[in-house]
Design a protein around this ligand. Sequence first.
Ligand code: NI
Length: 375
Amino acid sequence: MEALEKFLLEEFYWLHRHPELSFQEVETTAHLRDRLEEYGFRVLDLPLKTGIVAELGEGGPVTALRADIDALPITEQTGLPYQSERSGVMHACGHDFHTASVLGAALLLRERGDLRGRVRIVFQPAEEAPGGAKILMDQGALDGVSAMFGLHCSPQLSVGTVGIREGAVTASVDRFLIYFRGRGTHAAHPERGADPIPAMASFVQSVQTIMNRNVDPAEAGIVSVTHVEAGNTWNVIPDEALVEGTTRSFSAKTRALIRRRLYKLAEGTAAAYGVQAVIDWYEGPPATNNTPAWTELARKVARAHRLSVVEAPISLAGEDFAFYQEKIPGCFVLVGTGKSAANHNAKFRVDPCALVPTAEYLAALAAASLQELAS
Ligand code: NI
């Protein structure tokens, strides 16, 4: 056990020191390949630029454990002795913790002689981008997998606690860009043009009515306008005004409703002000969807490992593990990593004490799921 702890700490520190942005995880991938080959795992032959998938065990069924490996464009301010060595890049979402834990789980699984099938170890690139999950799916990395488990560290939960919830734990994520297109003119002669700014301003106000007038009050969701831009000086009415933002929800129905209403409001507002609305919509992942049976197993195994199990705090953040869950049943679990600044903050930190119990838990969960599948 001491050997495992030492190994996991070293891995975690190395990963933390060497963060790489989404789709640029070249060194991380090479490092993982070295480890996987060193310990005799079968690395799958996939045409991946970054990310790596390996397997252990024999025959079927197949269960999968997934870790994401990318970092964020943030300059670390934790002052930790193993702080990022790359200025402007930081593991501020704990994906280094996920990666080390899953690697630890793989080692523990290798030592067990009782695996009733195969475990696929998935180190996914670009969770933050997002897009990594989709690439792995498209390249067949998950073919033949019957159950799948993923984790996210949570600074809201203490070490030794896991948050598990049936259904959605993270939200669907969409991004919108709306260009209100008018006709620029002299600030002193608005009557000679079509000013896009009043349309933009009106839209920013009215878009909030989607959540409190259209969506069922019992349903969660958010519309956030995060970026507006128009004009560049004081005496010119611009041609165009931009509104950018994101929408989040837990159900497919609410997701579609928000989108529909947002289009109507943008187009209707534009028409009312005599300008045009051109809308770009980018669909991110759906909400996560933990299936009942695997959620129950995740709880059962956690309790057997003396972890305290709480209902996972729900979040309107996104998680591209949800793409896998559209095809493969499973459970996405929150693992307590102790008090810290929020994820995506320059002072975010994970308590490394959570590494060993998490690796043990994931290994046990993968083995138990194989047993379920085989029986
Ligand atoms: Ni994350």
